[in-house]
Design a protein around this ligand. Structure first.
Ligand SMILES: NC(=O)c1ccc[n+]([C@@H]2O[C@H](COP(=O)([O-])OP(=O)(O)OC[C@H]3O[C@@H](n4cnc5c(N)ncnc54)[C@H](OP(=O)(O)O)[C@@H]3O)[C@@H](O)[C@H]2O)c1
Length: 434
């Protein structure tokens, strides 16, 4: 039986989950893996607070990172604090002290992955990050250890449970964004400060990690195009319903010819028949296309104490088994990729555009003419509502669905349409995946 001492940094939702799971399944892990994993120290900020949980012996808690870094008997450090600092410093220090690191912290990994990977290579320690994307869903190892024979051409996922819960309520109950967010907060699905989730930052951290592994190209988080869900309205869902679509916050990564990649996070309309359209509530799912395997979809709980602990403990087991022979990721273009040569910014998509106009004869042909001028061809045009305006005329809401068009062409067309006298507002643009 191999004896391994580990340390936890942070004893919140994930940290306590890891501790509980290691205790609960210790006999099975010993039996199946030949490993006896002992939590030797737990770094906290407040020992009284941690001891009040009555989960772990008080003697395990420490306020000093040195008690962990300077202890040669500890070989794996499990970072569950979150945020960038001091997590970044502690991870680097642990790796340079030849201790393997397991982390669930997508923010610090998406921002400093390359530095950590370099340090891990130099010292021979391991870096394990399964829980950073998709909580309990075994996503990253599926890419690196099960799909390595493939060239991954596309991935598309719902990788933020908070936003998927909100969008499900807006779609199914007709709630406004504000009402759905309040419900998500009252049920514990959204933080008091929900910005990271609803503005799409959390999904960009995860997509940068996922797509870096899928496309073997280091993709910095600030290279990911981002739009959140806070500007979606009940009218967008009404339009989606009439068109046979669901609206999801999708993380999309695509490989384009010439080693180019396309990475974006934004609200997306999907046909109701698409497997991702059926993912409800706080669940996550990722749809991956490989040139040999075809399409696969991984689905499950993308967050939560025990689902996340499931991935973290799996990483701890890998870190123990791989001692002395850890694998490191190989990216083609580390460290600072040239965004212009590796990223597609003028991608192709279908677009659903809602406009509010003064309804006069010729309005439709005027707007259609602007689209045509910019090479944007229209698939369908729908008029959803009419209402009297203050000048005795009529207002109309017209929705245009395009055929595949270039992002920059659509944006140029919309700037011109916005300036037309008949246009009161271009109310929304939502990209469509089919
Ligand atoms: N929760 C999930 O479902 C989930 C899923 C996937 C990934 N993650 C990731 O896992 C990480 C942890 O998330 P969480 O939900 O467990 O957060 P959490 O419940 O807020 O726990 C974080 C813990 O770390 C402690 N901590 C923070 N800074 C510290 C420091 N300098 N020294 C010692 N302890 C410190 C906090 O102490 P205080 O109590 O004193 O604040 C808190 O107990 C984050 O990166 C998150 O993104 C979470």
């Amino acid at each position: 039986m191999k004896q391994i001492n580990i340390a936890l940094l942070g004893f919140g939702t994930v940290g306590t989950g890891v501790y509980k799971l290691l205790l609960e399944n210790s006999i099975d892990i010993e039996h199946r893996e030949g490993l006896s994993i002992c939590v030797k120290r737990i770094l906290v900020r407040d020992i009284q607070k941690a001891a009040r949980l009555q989960l772990a012996d008080r003697s395990l808690f420490t306020l000093k990172i040195e008690d962990i870094l300077d202890d040669p008997s500890i070989s794996v450090v499990v970072e569950c604090m979150g945020g960038v600092e001091p997590s970044r410093t502690y991870i680097l220090s642990a790796l340079s002290a030849k201790k393997s690191v397991v982390t669930a912290n997508k923010e610090v990994i998406s921002k400093h992955w390359h530095t950590f990977e370099q340090q891990a290579r130099d010292s021979g320690a391991g870096l394990y990050i399964e829980a950073t994307v998709g909580g309990g869903i075994p996503l990253l190892r599926t890419l690196t250890d099960s799909l390595q024979a493939n060239n991954i051409t596309r991935l598309m996922g719902i990788i933020n449970g908070t936003t998927n819960f909100i969008l499900t309520r807006m779609s199914e109950k007709g709630m406004s964004f504000e009402e759905a967010l309040l419900e998500a907060q009252s049920r514990g699905y959204a933080e008091a400060d929900p910005a990271s989730d609803i503005e799409g930052f959390d999904a960009t951290y995860k997509l940068s990690i996922l797509s870096s592994l899928a496309f073997h190209t280091h993709i910095p988080v600030d290279a990911v195009y981002r739009e959140g869900i806070s500007s979606l309205s009940t009218s967008d869902f009404e339009a989606a319903r009439q068109l046979g679509y669901e609206i999801k916050l999708l993380a999309i990564g695509k490989k384009a010819p010439g080693a180019l990649v396309e990475v974006r996070v934004h609200p997306t309309m999907l046909p109701k028949t698409h497997p991702l359209a059926a993912i409800r509530g706080s669940y996550n799912a990722v749809f991956i296309t490989g040139n040999a395997v075809g399409d696969i979809m991984l689905y499950g709980k993308g967050a939560g104490q025990l689902p996340t602990a499931s991935s973290v403990v799996s990483d701890i087991i890998y870190a123990c088994h791989n001692e002395g022979r850890h694998r490191h990721n190989t990216f083609r273009n580390i460290p600072d990729m040239d965004k212009d040569t590796h990223l597609v910014t003028d991608w192709e998509s279908i677009y659903c555009i809602r406009t509010k106009v003064n309804d006069k004869p010729g309005v439709l042909s005027l707007i259609s003419g602007v689209f045509a001028k910019h090479n944007v061809s229209l698939k369908s045009v729908l008029q959803f509502a009419q209402q009297d305006n203050s000048e005795g005329g009529q207002l109309a809401w017209i929705t245009f669905v395009t055929h595949k068009a270039r992002e920059k062409a659509v944006q140029s067309a919309l700037r011109e349409i916005d300036l037309l006298e008949c246009t009161l507002e271009v109310e929304s643009l939502i990209r469509v995946e089919e």
